[in-house]
Design a protein around this ligand. Structure first.
Ligand code: FUL
Length: 505
């Protein structure tokens, strides 16, 4: 199963490499063209100037989002249904979407995504366009709508709301024909118009053959244009232009995570039929390598795009609930490790929490989520650098990196791209976590950083890293010191919106 699931992502990467089309709004220029006359230095400068679109910035700041994988598979015990399942099998006895959303909120999660339709084609809302849905199930006498219940719960608890609509549909007789693209547009339209604001639309890359033996050719451009028209604030992931799959399902992102990556074939002359303002480009190159946007990767690019990473992982071994996996729910410590390796590596975490057959998030998952939240809260409650005295010969607005305002930030004067910032901690402080944030609304710039401490005689290295981006967290053996210094080198004047030192419980 794992290999199969993995293969979807492989198809996804190939899509991104070979045929990914992308839209960007004129007013939100999150992409640019490299001119043939641009030198490597010009390209680095351009990369440092690129900014996320408003929808990308909003999404990045969520940090924690979750999936609810729910549907026919919950009742059949499968991970992938083949579409022949009887709708009568879908029969939760105590479905409570408020419990799902509330559980997520209590864990610090800011946005949820419901699997409105998985690969088996079974719709969790009463779609007009198919009989394969909740309307033909015994649940609520066929009058129920899971998508609505989740959307309403999100409104009640002020949570972001997103939909997963599987392009691969193993039930639809139209799959494999042009008519399927219209069917898909109709379903997407229902989801984008009947449930209020949608904040994220999630497409994966699974692409099988229809009953006619033909592989469906997905009309992604049309779907993107529809989403932009009906829900302009929604980010489109991961077979989409706004959010990139991090490249693993382990919950671990990459150490060097650039949100600006090459977008070759960005052609300003190609105007799509759907919008005068949208342009098409094809993100190219290795979407799963260890560094996608370093100097080496961008030097031969013909275009660049802001295309940030999302790390999706399940709290359980499978994406759907299976009672046999109740004792395999990830521990709070494992979830914490995932947090450091996703959010702490310039990515947004998309943690899957699959509700059970009754229609509830099970006790084991709730316990793990609560334990995870407690560990994070205990660690991040006190920034031990908060009252430090900051010194820097070429720095501006030194103290803004210690306040709680992400908008205010430290930067360097003139054209300085590197700097050293010394923080006098006012007494000996013991810590084992470093937090750094760049103000990405200005761009992503830092390429290398080192944290050192004063041992009374000399500066001693504590930790180091490459990219920072929206957030970088590093753990190391506890250090007790009165003074630290942070050295940075960047593509352009670095920005530091937050600097923190913390002690794990
Ligand atoms: C994959 C699917 O095949 C899995 O079932 C799951 O939905 C995962 C998030 O995406 O492509």
């Amino acid at each position: 199963m794992k290999i199969k699931i993995y293969s979807i992502y492989l198809q996804l990467s190939i899509f991104a490499i070979a045929s990914g089309a992308c839209f960007a709004q004129k007013t939100e220029k999150n992409h640019l063209i490299i001119k043939p006359t641009d030198t490597p230095k010009d390209i680095v400068h351009k990369a440092a100037m690129l900014k996320p679109s408003a929808r990308q910035l909003r999404w990045q700041q969520l940090e924690l989002t979750c999936f609810f994988h729910y549907g026919m598979n919950t009742f059949t015990g499968k991970e992938w249904g083949d579409g022949s399942e009887n709708p009568q099998l879908f029969n939760p006895t105590a479905l409570d979407a408020e419990q799902w959303v509330h559980t997520a909120k209590d864990a610090g999660i800011k946005q949820v995504i419901i699997t409105a339709k998985h690969h088996d084609g079974f719709c969790l809302w009463p779609s007009k366009y198919t009989e394969h849905s909740v309307k033909n199930s015994p649940w609520k006498g066929g009058k129920g709508d899971v998508v609505k219940e989740v959307a309403d719960a999100c409104k009640k608890y002020k949570m972001g709301f997103g939909i997963y609509l599987s392009p691969w549909d193993r039930n639809s007789p139209l799959y494999g024909t042009d008519a399927y693209n219209d069917y898909f547009v109709n379903q997407l339209t229902e989801l984008l118009t009947q449930y209020g604001r949608v904040d994220e639309v999630w497409f994966d890359g699974a692409n099988g053959e229809g009953p006619n033996g033909k592989k469906q050719v997905y009309d992604f451009n049309k779907w993107y244009a529809l989403i932009r028209k009906l829900q302009p604030g929604a980010v489109i992931a991961v077979m989409g232009p706004d959010v990139r799959w991090v490249g693993t399902e382990s919950g671990h992102g990459r150490e060097t995570e650039w949100s600006v990556v090459p977008a070759n074939n960005l052609d300003q002359n190609v105007i799509t039929k759907d919008s005068q303002h949208d342009k098409i480009f094809k993100p190219e190159g290795d979407m799963r390598g260890s560094d996608l946007g370093g100097r080496d990767k961008i030097k031969n690019a013909t275009g660049l795009v802001w295309f940030p990473a999302e790390t999706d992982v399940s709290i359980r071994p499978g994406w759907f609930y299976h009672a046999a996996e109740d004792d395999k729910v990830k521990s709070p410590e494992k979830l914490l490790d995932i947090y450091y390796n996703s959010v702490g590596m310039n990515s947004v975490l998309l943690l899957n929490i699959p509700p059970d057959k009754k229609g509830l998030v099970s006790g084991a998952d709730i316990k793990a989520l609560q334990g995870w939240k407690k560990l994070r809260d205990e660690t991040f409650k006190t920034n031990l650098a908060r009252n430090a005295t900051v010194q820097c010969v070429n720095g501006l607005r030194l103290n803004t990196m210690l306040d709680d305002d992400y908008q205010t930030y430290f930067t360097t004067s003139g054209k300085d791209t590197s700097t050293t910032i010394t923080l006098n901690l006012k007494g000996k402080k013991s810590f084992d976590v470093l937090l750094l944030q760049e103000n990405i609304s200005i761009g992503q710039r830092v390429e290398k950083f080192t944290l050192e401490c004063w041992d009374g005689k000399a500066w001693v290295k504590i930790t180091e890293g490459t990219t920072i981006g929206y957030k970088r967290l590093l753990r190391f053996p506890a250090i007790a010191t009165t003074k630290v210094r942070l050295s940075l080198s960047a593509r352009l004047n670095p920005t530091i919106a937050a600097f923190g030192l913390y002690k794990q419980p």
